[in-house]
Design a protein around this ligand. Structure first.
Ligand SMILES: [Zn+2]
Length: 258
């Protein structure tokens, strides 16, 4: 099977039972370290089922992420600029970031915007940084998605759990997600380096989960420092930023009444 990232030939790594019924092959690329499933035919079932109802961590995860991103955007980007949450789901993260005072917009062709209505990305606004969380492992065509994002901004902050080396056998890594079948693309540290070189950007990671592709020269120590000490820094950020909660309500009311 051809690697979706670098087009080398990927070798069969293992097979595993998906959604408790399909035996699925996984292929590993020896060149860029990307692991992919065979061509997915089960996704409709994966997304259509009640499995997403089990995601009790949705709100807690978004609150945690909004704190990390607030510190990062404030200190490493232009905090007065506009931002986009790509594959933004129900809009929870966009709303939280606007509540924190950052001009965030929402985009997601596969989900309904429930809580950030009125702040959909219009496709033309200048975007300083894209955020996208827990989406990379869902991408069936990662390069196409990355190209779409890079056309909007050269700075992409994303979360995905890095594939450990050596590749864990099925049953010993929760992130394979056999029970829901939605994870079809797995990136090793090497894959991110390969992608960054291909896109002509730098890549920084905080631990194994949070990653930044950026066309800017950022001091890696600054990235680490801001993430590491974000709880201390956040007090300063929240004192400096003005929440958009009320202004947004007035804006939406005036739009509806006019
Ligand atoms: Zn590859």
């Amino acid at each position: 099977m051809k690697c979706k990232i670098c087009t080398s030939v990927s070798q069969r790594a293992f097979s595993a039972k998906m959604l408790e019924k399909y035996e699925i092959q996984y292929y590993l690329c020896g060149t860029c370290g990307f692991l992919q499933t065979e061509t997915p035919y089960w996704l409709e079932e994966s997304y259509g089922s009640a499995i997403s109802a089990f995601d009790t961590g949705l709100i807690a995860r978004n609150i945690g992420l909004s704190k990390k991103v607030s510190a990062l955007v404030y200190f490493l980007f232009d905090h007065k600029a506009s931002f986009l949450d790509y594959a933004g789901g129900y809009g929870v993260f966009t709303r939280l970031m606007r509540d924190a005072g950052f001009d965030f917009y929402w985009h997601d062709p596969y989900s309904q915007n429930l809580v950030a209505r009125g702040f959909e990305y219009d496709g033309t606004a200048e975007i300083d940084l894209i955020t996208t969380f827990e989406s990379f492992e869902h991408f069936t065509d990662p390069l196409a998605e990355l190209e779409k994002m890079m056309a909007i901004s050269g700075n992409i902050l994303f979360s995905t759990e890095l594939l450990p080396t050596p590749v864990p056998p099925p049953g010993s890594w929760w992130y394979y997600g056999f029970e829901h079948g939605q994870h079809v693309s797995f990136y090793s540290r090497e894959t991110l380096r390969y992608l960054a070189a291909k896109l002509g950007v730098s890549v920084y990671s905080y631990g194994s989960t949070l990653h930044l592709f950026t066309s800017r020269k950022i001091n890696p120590k600054a990235f680490y420092f801001v993430m590491k000490f974000r709880k201390i820094l956040l007090g300063y950020v929240s004192r400096s930023m003005k929440s958009k909660t009320l202004d947004d309500m007035h804006y939406l009311q005036s739009r509806m009444l006019n």
